[in-house]
Ligand binder design. Structure first.
Ligand code: NBP
Length: 473
């Protein structure tokens, strides 16, 4: 290769390989490097022709760095954690002032800030960029959430805007999120919302299967019906309808998948940071817990010998089954709205704490395409958070009316029915508690304050006069 590549990418696993192909298919020359050289060779063999020779493989990091235009722009898509630090250390010795490293992995935003500060002292730019959409997104258009130096962002902007997914209006699903670790923070919250919505969908499945006795093809049709609801139409529901219909060797594969879900960094980090920032995001918390309990297979087996369920076995008439489908839709709709709300609450609090000066409407807009939590509801939500006060007020009122209407009554009834039948619905329940806790004028924590004062003389504030008080109980 004589001319130099516009950009480079390190790490050719699922995300890196697909993003590199996407970048090359959009017409940019891209050099790639992977720790295991055979993977680079196979990648070039398999996909080199696809983009008319825009992909260039390097055997060594030195050769890779030398193949790039300056200032060099290098995307990292290696395993999050120590591999990112190792790769940065190696690269930093080969790079020149003003070169840019873009970590597109799921790194913790505090690690991103540490890396930015360390590299800045060497004159290097570091951007922490969240990427969502899995392998399909990486290949055809992901949602991208870059944070860090604005000047460095301007250098990568033409490439990122071309490879990103498009929102409902055809604009690229990428913006400069803000300074420092804000891009990785927003991606982390995106994943927290993803955990919450996936748990709510799993609970809907359990209710419909256990109480409604619906078959897999019926479940697929039910979820396809939910996907016609403009507040629910989403990538996650779309794939759910496909999952229920998928057969292998004549068997529905869903019935043979072990019920133990893994949970990696981002979900747990979201709950930790929510606690650190004092933000109530119960659905995200219980979604992480629900995966933890599902994975405790030995604990579950042991408890099943001793825990007796005194539950009803509700038998539904055809009319009642129809009603159940609607009740689940209503609960799902309101819960999903409140999952986005919880994630947003966390972003707003972090923005105030870290002074990132984020644009919330734009963050919601770039989640409209490419990412896992994309949903038609995000069109309304972006308007509700936008600058047009009249339009925003109108949509906000519509959302609040929906939350406070009859669907809420059906959601409460569904919770009773689920609990009577012994179906764990932690995410549905936590979301309803979230709504109720904010809606209720007086919470019972006056008793907690009295108890704390009783045993620890912690003092309390009163509703009828100013100041701090203590009682000799
Ligand atoms: P993985 O997270 O599985 O990482 C595998 C890649 O890291 C391989 O290229 C591997 O090279 C490289 N690597 C490792 Br492991 N240790 C290394 C080291 N010390 N130095 C250099 N390279 C090293 O890949 P992925 O699933 O494509 O994810 C990449 C990043 O994107 C992760 O942070 C992930 O959390 C994030 N992400 C993933 C998804 C998804 O759907 N998979 C979605 C969004 C974000 P090798 O070939 O030599 O072993």
């Amino acid at each position: 290769m004589s001319a130099k590549s516009t950009i480079g990418l390190v790490g050719l696993a699922t995300m890196g390989a697909n993003l590199a192909r996407n970048i090359a298919n959009k017409g940019f020359h891209i050099s790639v490097f992977n720790r295991t050289t055979e993977k680079t060779e196979k990648f070039i063999q398999d996909f080199g022709k696809e983009s008319k020779d825009k992909l260039h493989g390097s055997k060594t990091l030195k050769e890779f760095v030398a193949s790039l235009e300056t200032p060099r722009k290098i995307i990292l898509l290696v395993k999050a954690g120590q591999p990112v630090d190792d790769m940065i250390t190696e690269l930093a010795t080969l790079l020149d002032k003003n070169d840019i490293i873009i970590d597109c992995g799921n790194s913790h935003f505090k690690d991103t800030e540490r890396r930015q500060n360390a590299l800045a002292s060497q004159g290097l730019n570091f951007i922490g960029c969240g990427i969502s959409g899995g392998e399909e997104g990486a290949l055809h258009g992901p949602s991208l959430m870059p944070g860090g130096s604005k000047a460095a962002w301007e250098k990568i902007r033409p490439i990122f805007e071309k490879v990103a997914a498009k929102d409902f209006a055809g604009k690229p699903c990428v913006i400069h999120i803000g300074d420092l670790g804000s891009g990785h923070f927003v991606k982390m919250v995106h994943n927290g919302i993803e955990y919450a919505i996936m748990q709510i969908l799993a609970e809907s499945y359990d209710i419909l299967k256990t109480i409604g006795k619906f078959t897999n093809p019926e479940l697929s049709k039910i979820f396809a019906g939910y996907n016609k609801n403009s507040n629910l139409k989403s990538f996650l529901i779309e794939i759910t309808t496909k999952i229920f219909n998928k057969k292998e060797d004549g068997k529905f594969i869903i019935d043979y998948i072990k019920d133990a879900a893994g949970q990696k960094g981002t979900g747990k980090w979201t709950t930790e940071i929510a606690h650190d920032l004092g933000i109530y995001s119960p659905t995200i918390n219980v979604a992480v817990d629900a995966r933890i309990v599902s994975g405790d297979t030995s604990g579950r087996t042991m408890c099943q010998q001793f825990f007796t369920l005194k539950t009803s076995k509700t038998k539904l008439s055809p009319a009642a089954k129809k009603k159940l489908i609607k009740q689940v839709e209503d609960a799902l709709e309101l819960s999903t709205i409140l999952c986005y709300e919880q994630g947003l609450g966390l972003i707003v609090k972090a923005d105030r704490e870290y002074k990132w000066n984020l644009n919330y409407a734009e963050i919601i807009r770039i989640w409209q395409g490419g990412c896992i939590i994309r949903s038609t509801y995000l069109k309304d939500l972006a308007i509700a958070l936008g600058k047009d006060q009249k339009a925003s007020g109108k949509i906000f009122t519509k959302i609040m009316k929906n939350l406070g209407g009859d669907k809420q009554k059906f959601w409460r009834k569904l919770m009773s029915l689920s609990l009577e039948n012994g179906i764990p619905v932690p995410a549905f329940y936590a979301t309803l508690n979230y709504y109720d806790s904010y809606a209720k004028a007086r919470l019972p924590q006056n008793l907690i304050q009295a108890q704390r004062d009783f045993f620890g003389a912690h003092g309390y504030e009163r509703t009828d006069k100013e100041g701090s008080f203590h009682t000799e109980w």
